[in-house]
Design a protein around this ligand. Structure first.
Ligand code: WTA
Length: 635
């Protein structure tokens, strides 16, 4: 394989030092390894974090699908690229070889072209975890259209906000989806979402559940007949290195979701490099990431990273508890999975169930276990290590973000000694810094602070769609000349990092980022609500759950509180999706505010978390008396 397949700790440090001493040379060597470049770059990197402007491999031309698919045809044409495991275990798994993937992606790309989609157009993909999702994504990349995948658990309002923000021309969806024992009527969510989306001309509909659905004349088209007619050859569109590859929305502390824009060459190089090293993938391994392609983890580590390495990537349609809590382990045994990548929230849920579910299955194929999306607590880490890895599989606790495009801090299995709850060391090329509240970098070890990155890396998001000012404000203004992650972290005595959690108003619930502002905006639409504040509190499976403090208008005061709670959660479900529902809703006459009118969430967080021993100084509040009232009525 390549020069940079790191296999022991000394080698890691060597490579790391080199990547810091001479980053351009380092990333040039990696790009030279084995990708297909239609034209070589003129310049590896140019950057200015004050603008901010970041360009990697400028002047280069390529197509990412040529690298993820075509490049493997000669040597791996009959190897499974995507291994689709359906929701229902009695339905047969589908092995899509590289050759078949090539044909299906090309057919899909030709269908998109026939629908008038061209390079640079935005395509919204709102699909469940079926092969069409991966194929549609790659088909966009084939023709240079910018995909915007929206997680199919989002509501119709969330879908239309995202469509309108980036003015997508087309939506790709399905009649419905399976989720455990339930079916979800996806198409009617789309119909609702499209009521006010003027840019949408066409909806392509894949058949999955064979339900009776409404097809709007002139707009909606069944996908399969179009695919059947399409050619299996489609010349890849030749893209410039910095042409956008996709937009993916992520929650911010305030305002509407941010459409993070990722570009072509740097994203490809970085996801390929990190996939290879983080998972130590070998030719006949079967790799499985349980994320949904609707999130960045699925983009980078179900689709692009694995395929760029010619890997076999499992795509699972279902849920961990259907038909029972043994499903994950059954799939690992059945497909002899070697690398398994999931989220702490899933691990905690699985750990609550009887160990018999695990012990029934042969998990001896496993070599590496991964964790992503939120801090993994000590208990979950040890459960994973003992019962799934049988203490033989290194756990890679991978820290990264939608914005970073790929894994940033993580052990390299079999090279970096792991330490429970620590993401450990930065990947080669990544230069973290911990900052204090005055904007100074905290040097040395055994310190904690706010996590920044000092130097660009190839897969960083380049902007927020249509809002470059917000991009600068959010990531490059808090600490001059540095990318600010929004996370807090500590560095231990040997330089290992542990991520301690968000330091802004983003709350991670079951591994999903949720901004408080959009939830509060949704609640405030309820006619009986005057004002609200959302905070997170610890939850033993979800990591965090949401606690809402709600002030009612006079009209709401006589009303049944449980009904109101239901209605509030209903509004949240409609505006955002069920993932943002509140676990607890406390009605209150006021919210603690500073003299400038800012809600003191710190106090609300402590009360919701039952941690009131040290509330700090409340005397400077505009209304200190309300704190006692809230404490007296806490749920
Ligand atoms: C959190 C997911 C601790 C973090 C890839 C980050 C983590 C946010 C970890 C990004 C981890 C992700 N340990 N925290 N291993 N991985 N996070 O954009 O707060 O969905 O900023 O990307 O998740 O979430 P996102």
């Amino acid at each position: 394989m390549s020069n940079y397949h790191i296999k022991h700790l000394e080698e890691y440090y060597q490579v790391f030092r080199k990547s810091v001493r001479n980053p351009e040379n380092f990333w040039e060597e990696i790009a030279e390894e084995h990708f297909i470049w239609r034209k070589r770059w003129d310049k590896v990197l140019s950057w200015d974090f004050s603008k901010p402007e970041i360009k990697w491999y400028e002047g280069a031309q390529l197509n990412i699908t040529e690298n993820c698919i075509d490049r493997h045809l000669r040597t791996r044409g009959d190897k499974t690229a995507i291994l689709f495991e359906p929701n229902d275990p009695s339905e047969e798994a589908e092995h899509i070889t590289y050759k078949q993937l090539y044909e299906r992606v090309n057919q899909f790309a030709n269908v998109l072209k026939d629908q008038g989609i061209k390079k640079g157009d935005r395509v919204c993909i709102y699909l469940p975890m079926i092969p069409e999702l991966a194929i549609a994504t790659l088909a966009c990349a084939r023709i240079g259209a910018i995909h915007s995948v929206v997680f199919a658990g989002f509501s119709s309002t969330a879908l239309s906000t995202r469509i309108n923000d980036s003015e997508c021309k087309i939506v790709i969806t399905s009649d419905g989806s399976y989720r455990g024992s339930k079916t979800i009527d996806l198409k009617s969510i789309v119909d609702e979402g499209l009521e006010e989306t003027p840019s949408i001309e066409t909806v392509l509909v894949a058949k999955r559940i064979n339900s009776e659905i409404n097809m709007k004349e002139g707009r909606d088209k069944w996908l399969q007949p179009l695919l059947d007619k399409a050619s299996t050859e489609c010349e890849p569109e030749i893209m410039d290195a910095e042409d956008p590859l996709f937009i993916l929305y992520t929650s911010g502390s305030t305002g509407k979701p941010k459409g993070m824009v990722h570009t072509t060459a740097g994203y490809m190089v970085y996801t390929a490099f990190t996939f290879k090293n983080a998972f130590q993938y070998r030719e006949n391994d079967v790799y499985w990431c349980t994320a949904d392609i609707g999130w960045i983890t699925g983009h980078s580590y179900i689709v692009y990273g694995p395929l760029a390495n010619g890997a076999t990537s499992v795509m699972f349609e279902g849920v961990p508890n259907y038909p029972d809590w043994g499903r994950f382990w059954e799939i690992i045994e059945k497909h002899k999975v070697s690398q398994f990548y999931t989220a702490p929230t899933a691990i905690r849920a699985l750990a609550k169930e009887n160990l018999d579910y695990v012990e029934k299955y042969d998990l001896s194929s496993l070599k590496v276990l991964g964790s992503v999306g939120e801090p993994i607590n000590d208990e979950a880490w040890h459960w994973y290590d003992t019962n799934i890895g049988k203490k033989k599989c290194p756990i890679i606790d991978t820290w990264w973000q939608t914005e970073t495009g790929g894994i940033m801090i993580s052990p390299i299995p079999y090279a970096t000694p792991t330490k429970p709850t620590y993401a450990t060391l930065p990947f080669p090329g990544i230069q973290p810094a911990l900052m204090d509240e005055n904007g100074k970098e905290i040097k040395g070890n055994q310190v904690d602070g706010r996590l920044c990155i000092k130097f660009p890396w190839p897969s960083m998001a380049r902007t927020i769609w249509n809002n470059h000012d917000r991009y600068r404000e959010t990531y490059f203004s808090a600490y001059k000349g540095k990318y600010f992650t929004g996370d807090g972290a500590l560095r231990d005595e040997v330089g290992y990092y542990r991520i301690t959690g968000r330091v802004d108003d983003v709350i991670i619930v079951s591994g999903h980022n949720l901004g408080t502002a959009p939830i509060e905006d949704a609640i405030n639409e309820h006619p009986a609500v005057a004002e609200s504040a959302i905070v997170g509190f610890p939850h033993d499976i979800k990591g965090n759950a949401l606690y809402g403090y709600v002030i009612l208008k006079e009209t709401g005061e006589g009303r049944d509180q449980n009904n109101l709670r239901k209605e509030i959660n209903q509004i949240i479900t409609e505006h955002i999706g069920p993932i943002a529902k509140l676990d607890k809703i406390q009605f209150t006459s006021g919210l603690p505010k500073t003299r400038s009118g800012k809600i003191m969430r710190r106090i609300l967080r402590k009360i919701a978390s039952n941690d009131t021993s040290n509330l700090g100084d409340t005397s400077t509040l505009l209304n200190p008396e309300v704190v006692q009232e809230i404490m007296d009525n806490v749920l």
